[in-house]
Design a protein around this ligand. Structure first.
Ligand SMILES: [Zn+2]
Length: 116
């Protein structure tokens, strides 16, 4: 399952950072999820809650912030777009669209604890 692999990656990034800083455990993990990444936040949360067992993130909350899909037209500029409406040609002016954000999944920040 797609979300299971993503949840495992998020946890391993967070654990690596926690160990690097000598923390005892992770309290919370914040991620930014692009709306066009093809990941359902509820499915990711479910997978995360299974995958975190036995890791430094076992008691850690996962906070998911969703970034909208943004496109830029070479003629009329930037705007947000619903993922289902994505097209390569601008419906306003016929210009060429490219995606500028909304495709990424990044670990934004962590809250760590140094005492058990
Ligand atoms: Zn345009």
């Amino acid at each position: 399952m797609h979300e299971t692999a993503i949840a495992r990656n998020i946890i391993s990034i967070a654990e690596e950072e926690a160990r690097r800083r000598g923390a005892a455990r992770i309290i919370s993990i914040r991620v930014r999820l692009g709306e066009f990444r093809g990941v359902v936040p509820e499915a990711l949360t479910f997978a995360y809650e299974v995958m975190r067992i036995g890791t430094l993130a076992e008691g850690a909350n996962l906070e998911i912030g969703v970034d909208p899909l943004r496109v830029a037209c070479n003629l009329c500029g930037e705007r947000e777009m619903a993922p289902g409406e994505l097209n390569l040609i601008c419906s306003e002016c016929g210009g060429i669209l490219r995606i500028i954000s909304g495709q990424d999944l990044v670990v934004e920040s962590l809250d760590l604890a140094w005492l058990h």
